[in-house]
Design a protein around this ligand. Structure first.
Ligand code: ZN
Length: 139
């Protein structure tokens, strides 16, 4: 829900607030989850090139990665790049990876391949942290 107080600066704020919230959760505080305080539990993710079984076409190396934090913020380490097609392959899986999925569900798999058959580039999705974000900050 957007109101006059929402904007880039308040969006920037929720991630800072959130790190404090994670600590609160560890101590069991933050228990009242009223409708006005709905929260979305999301993992921060790192997508890492695990291995390249074929020929590296797009210049990625094992260990190359990008991060997704605060639900939707993608960042790539300075001076590195990421393959657009590898990104397109992993993108649909990220909302599930951010959430708790039944371990028997195929979406719980944390490996995905770049679609280039020459490359056979395998990425793995790592969870780097957990955030509890006010839901209204996300919509
Ligand atoms: Zn590629």
């Amino acid at each position: 829900m957007l109101d006059g107080s929402s904007g880039p600066s308040s969006i920037g704020g929720y991630c800072l607030l959130e790190q404090e919230d994670v600590m609160d959760e560890m101590t069991g505080e933050n228990a009242d989850n009223t409708a006005a305080q709905r929260r979305t539990e999301l993992s921060d993710l790192r997508v890492v090139v695990d291995r390249i079984e074929g020929r590296s076409v797009c210049g990625l190396r094992p260990g190359d990665s990008f991060d997704v934090t605060c639900s939707s913020r993608l960042s790539i380490p300075a001076g590195r790049h990421f393959c657009l097609y590898a990104l397109s392959a992993v993108l649909p899986l990220l909302p599930a990876a951010q959430r708790s999925v039944d371990p028997d569900d195929w979406l719980a798999s944390d490996e995905v391949a770049c679609p280039d058959p020459e490359e056979r580039l395998i990425m793995r999705i790592e969870r780097t942290g957990r955030r509890s974000i006010p839901t209204e900050d996300l919509t």
